[in-house]
Design a protein around this ligand. Structure first.
Ligand SMILES: [Zn+2]
Ligand SMILES: [Zn+2]
Ligand SMILES: [Zn+2]
Ligand SMILES: [Zn+2]
Ligand SMILES: [Zn+2]
Length: 322
């Protein structure tokens, strides 16, 4: 009987002391990065701890476990791009900024451009605008025009331009052009009229200055100049305004060619004439030549004249020979 009781007691004791062994592990603590899944009642564990799930380091935070927040190493630090006049110092990775933008480096405003940042092109204010100066008048003897120009006193740019044709090239008893200018003007007239001639300076052995008329690569005429004191214009005086008459001498006997060249001379001497007027004067002076005279028009007289080898055409300022 006594022995039977002991067995029972031992059995109860066994049940009590082995409570842990009999735990049904009903309440689990989930595994973490440092501990495996664990029974809350008996601390019995199962499996392995989790492995860290690392989140890469950023500019400001070290490499960190998403599960347990454990960190490793140091933050990466910002990668700064220097400040400019449009953006402050900025991290190229996370775009965080620090401080202020730089001040623009402005150029001086000009007549046509506002003050402009040399670095970024930012414009501040307006362009200053031009400062118109006085009108300056120049004579263009090639086109027989008065050219009037107004320029900016600050930058020198031409702002306005006016052109007015001269009505005469007679200046008292001489022409307003020099022999050199006449040479260029005659070339201009040939072009205006559509005649196929060019002109160039020809200086003779004795220094006499002529306008050479070139057609088809050869001289077809030369025009000589006479001053009021009845001397020929020579090379050294070809830039003086001293011509009171001129004469064209021809190397051609072609009447049409002579007429074209004389028309050029007529038009070059009187800027008020139309091409039709010029043709009429040429015809009239040819007709008067038959009577031994010339044709006067608008202060000038026009002649066909006999010379050794043929014909010459001349133009005189009436006032110089009155
Ligand atoms: Zn348990
Ligand atoms: Zn972790
Ligand atoms: Zn950053
Ligand atoms: Zn700037
Ligand atoms: Zn200006």
């Amino acid at each position: 009987m006594k022995g039977k009781f002991l067995v029972v007691v031992l059995a109860v004791m066994l049940v009590l002391t082995c409570a842990g062994c009999k735990c049904k592990h009903e309440t689990w603590i989930e595994a973490t990065c440092s501990t495996p899944k664990t029974c809350a009642d008996c601390e019995y564990t199962e499996g392995e701890p989790l492995t860290h799930e690392w989140k890469e380091a950023t500019c400001t935070e070290a490499k960190t476990c998403k599960l347990c927040n454990e960190t490793e190493g140091a933050p990466a630090g910002h990668e700064w791009a220097a400040a400019t006049c449009t953006t402050p110092k900025t991290c190229t990775v996370c775009e965080v900024t620090e401080g202020e933008v730089l001040v623009h480096e402005l150029s001086e405003a000009t007549c046509t451009e506002a003050a402009t940042c040399v670095d970024c092109g930012y414009e501040e204010g307006d362009a200053l605008g031009h400062t118109p100066g006085d009108w300056v008048e120049t004579l263009n003897m090639v086109t027989a025009c008065t050219e009037t120009t107004q320029s900016c006193t600050v930058c020198g740019e031409d702002l306005e331009f006016k052109e007015e044709s001269l009505t005469t090239l007679i200046d008292g008893t001489v022409f307003a052009f020099t022999a050199e200018e006449f040479t260029q003007r005659l070339g201009y007239m040939f072009e205006e009229y559509g005649f196929d001639y060019t002109t160039e300076a020809v200086v003779g052995d004795d220094g006499t200055y002529f306008t050479g008329v070139v057609g088809d690569g050869v001289y077809v005429a030369v025009i000589g100049f006479v001053t009021e004191s009845d001397t020929l214009v020579i090379g050294s005086t070809r830039n003086e305004k001293n011509i009171s008459s001129m004469a064209g001498i021809y190397y051609t006997t072609d009447g049409t060619e002579i007429a074209y060249i004389f028309m050029g001379m007529i038009g070059a001497c009187d800027p008020a004439l139309s091409m039709e007027d010029v043709a009429t004067i040429c015809t009239n002076s040819a007709l008067e030549y038959e009577n031994g005279g010339g044709w006067a028009y608008n202060g000038l007289s026009y002649y066909f004249e006999d010379v050794d080898d043929g014909v010459a055409t001349s133009i005189y300022i009436d006032a110089a020979y009155e």
